[in-house]
Design a protein around this ligand. Sequence first.
Ligand code: PLP
Length: 394
Amino acid sequence: MINQKNVGLGEVRSVIRELFEYGKMRKAQIGEENVYDFSLGNPSVPPPEEVTSGLKKLLTECDPVELHGYTSAQGDYVTRKAIADYINSQFGAGISPNELYMTCGAAASLTITLNAICNSGDEVLTFAPFFPEYSVFADHAGAKLIPVATTKDEFRIDFSNLERALSPATKAVIINSPNNPSGVVYTEDEIKKLCSVLDNYGKAHGTEIYLISDEPYRELVYGNVKVPYVMNYYARSIVCYSYSKSLSLPGDRIGYIAVNPAMEEHLKVYSAICGAGRALGYVCAPSLLQKLVATLQGVTSNISVYKANRDMLCSALESYGYSVVKPEGAFYLFVKAMEGDASAFSERAKGYELLLVPGDSFGVKGYVRISYCVSPDMIKRSLPAFKALAESYK
Ligand code: PLP
């Protein structure tokens, strides 16, 4: 018999994918412009011009054998050097190319990292709401994902819940700030407090707790919000980065893992990352994309569009009676469903051609996720539907 767990994973689509597929079908039935699809986190802003010109330059000026050939398993040295230089210039983390491992995006970065550090029976904590694939990634690494509830309606770290959830089996804590789906960005004070709780627990119990920072939305922050760099606060930290959202390249699959050199055992952890990458077949991330991102450090797509979308949606939804916490980053709104059962609310929204993802799979009941990485025009056209949906509950 083949592996039944994987059969199950392959057969059951995520709620998000399910809704996206429904949207495709519905668009074919009633026309694209009549369906308000807020299901996926696929950037709506095109990649910056530097991506197109950079690719053209690489394709016309580089030796094609080298350009399309294998790189080192952990990634091209020149790329890793460019990334290390950028990280050091921005955050002063003192990282070298030998602490960086190139990957096919944040999903691969997380899977490799969890497989690198976890042993069977370990626990991995994360704060709810969280990216639902974390459960799959942790499970595959032999660990158990333990969601930790955050503060009511604001989704900030609840430190007493965290202290209760820590155990001698805790191997790692995953944070995702800016957060999918809440848009919360942890402040420096929150990060400092988190790190001191983990440090104290580890010292008191003689355990090693890794802090994994999942950062596909690092640059997507609005106003003067700053995203603290975890390496500056906690030695046992690992950053899982992706260019999927910052450069609007989700289909091209490129990102990296960065291991904090301040960690005593960083050489061993890096070896484990190389080993897990090897065992999973995640070696030599796409060469063309590696060479491209080497030249695009600090460049982003035009993320101001997302801020305008956020502002338009938040003020309209609030005026219709929705309870909205204005996100500080990423491109999602996590909105209270107008009935206790978020799936029933999402079903009712479909009647108004609104595709909203029920929040249960993110570990919080009673909310829906609205991805506002869509065209401003679609948001404008969808507003009467949001209004009618709210009125249907009055
Ligand atoms: N982590 C979070 C929080 C995400 O939202 C996503 C994608 O939406 C990922 C990881 C996976 O990102 P990537 O496309 O870079 O694999």
